[in-house]
Design a protein around this ligand. Structure first.
Ligand SMILES: Nc1ncnc2c1ncn2[C@@H]1O[C@H](COP(=O)(O)OP(=O)(O)OP(=O)(O)O)[C@@H](O)[C@H]1O
Ligand SMILES: [Mg+2]
Length: 363
């Protein structure tokens, strides 16, 4: 039997139009964005971020919901811009703790599909089914073009993670609209209508992790590496013999060229791991697609708080030998009368914007 799924809630809740917060709870910081539809424009209602002390979240589970709720409350009361009155929230769970698989299934009844999904989950997911919320979505005709077959996405999330998010939102008296995976929110925020038929690699270079995905009409494969901004900063501090705060400033302001190339030297072992994993996910996907030209990766889009490290886009483009862009989730959002969000901070809000864009954005 399929259990209460993560996205089943979408259909229930989104029948009514309600102002909704997009809330991205990262390992090192929480980001919030609220948007409003105004004619053909999408307007910014408010946005902000707040640092989160380590230890509140571990392996995706919010172990200290009271503290995280306290930080969210503070963020909602003191954002960088705007006023939040929304009582509903869309949020995301890090990819690394969620199991996603795309199955190729022949046309069948809903009940048979449920059985096929459960069978697959039992075979491939190393967690008891009773500890998971499972859901699935038919993505469309199979990429392999096999006659009469569909690609079906299976999503399984550990109950301990989902329940910990629900408990925390309960403490905040916020109703949950959707809980999805971070990379789904990111894809919505940075992949334009024009790019919808391309095969794109996404890399979210966050505080503690770099999460990757191949997007080909939907997210097909994901990967996760426990390396991120905190590792960059620590490496710069050690190499340049400066303290963590100075190293953070050096990384964010001057980036790879800083200290006569010493920052790059310090970051290089971590960068090489990121490059290796991005190359690996591309090779895996292209091979799986049987060398089908349609599925060849056309570009890499980076986002997350560390995508804006100066020199990083160029470095990755050269090392991976693939067109690389910093995602701009703000591109289609009207922020008048505000000044543009500083370039260094802009990619940090990618997932929060994607979450705010999901469903209705009435304020
Ligand atoms: N203006 C800024 N304010 C705060 N952090 C910034 C800024 N510019 C760059 N950063 C970097 O952003 C990083 C946090 O990025 P992000 O918010 O994407 O991570 P996270 O979501 O908390 O972590 P993870 O995705 O690993 O769970 C920090 O490492 C910090 O160095
Ligand atoms: Mg993050």
């Amino acid at each position: 039997m399929i259990q209460e799924g993560i996205s089943i809630k979408v259909d229930l809740f989104y029948k009514e139009h309600k102002p909704t917060l997009g809330l991205d709870i990262g390992a090192t910081s929480i980001k919030v964005v609220q948007l409003k539809k105004s004619g053909r424009n999408t307007k910014l209602v408010g946005y902000g971020n707040i640092g989160l002390p380590g230890g509140c979240i571990s392996e995706g589970i919010i172990y200290d919901p009271e503290t995280v709720a306290k930080y969210i409350k503070k963020l909602l009361e003191e954002p960088k811009y705007g006023k939040f009155k929304a009582k509903r929230v869309n949020s995301a769970i890090p990819e690394s703790y969620i199991f996603t698989r795309v199955l190729e299934l022949p046309e069948m009844t809903y009940d048979d599909m449920e059985q096929a999904i459960i069978w697959d989950a039992e075979q491939y997911i190393p967690i008891a089914l009773s500890d998971l919320y499972i859901d699935f979505e038919v993505l469309g005709p199979a990429l392999s073009a096999k006659e009469g077959y569909n690609d079906v996405a299976l999503v399984a999330a550990p109950k301990a993670i989902v329940d910990s998010y629900m408990k925390m939102f309960d403490l905040l008296s916020l109703e949950v609209g959707i809980l999805e995976t971070n990379l789904s929110s990111i894809a919505r925020a940075v992949i334009s209508q024009k790019e919808i038929n391309e095969t794109i690699v996404l890399a979210d270079i966050g505080g503690e992790r770099t999460n990757m995905a191949i997007f080909d009409r939907a997210i097909r494969v994901t990967g996760s590496l426990p390396r991120g901004g905190v590792d960059f900063t620590r490496a710069i501090a050690e190499k340049c013999k400066i303290n963590i705060l100075e190293a953070e400033e050096t990384k964010n302001q001057d980036g790879l060229p800083a200290k006569g190339g010493k920052a790059k030297e310090a970051m290089e072992p971590i960068l090489l791991e990121i490059v290796r994993d991005i190359k690996k996910i591309i090779a895996y996907y292209e091979e799986k697609s049987g060398g089908n030209k349609k599925n060849l990766v056309s570009k890499l889009i980076i986002c997350g708080g560390n995508a804006s490290v100066p020199g990083l886009t160029e470095y990755l483009e050269k090392a991976i030998n693939l067109k690389t862009l910093m995602g701009n989730p703000w591109a289609n959002i009207s922020i008048y009368p505000l000044k543009p969000v500083p370039k260094l901070e802009a990619p940090m809000y990618t997932a929060a914007i994607g979450l705010a864009l999901k469903g209705n954005i009435y304020a």
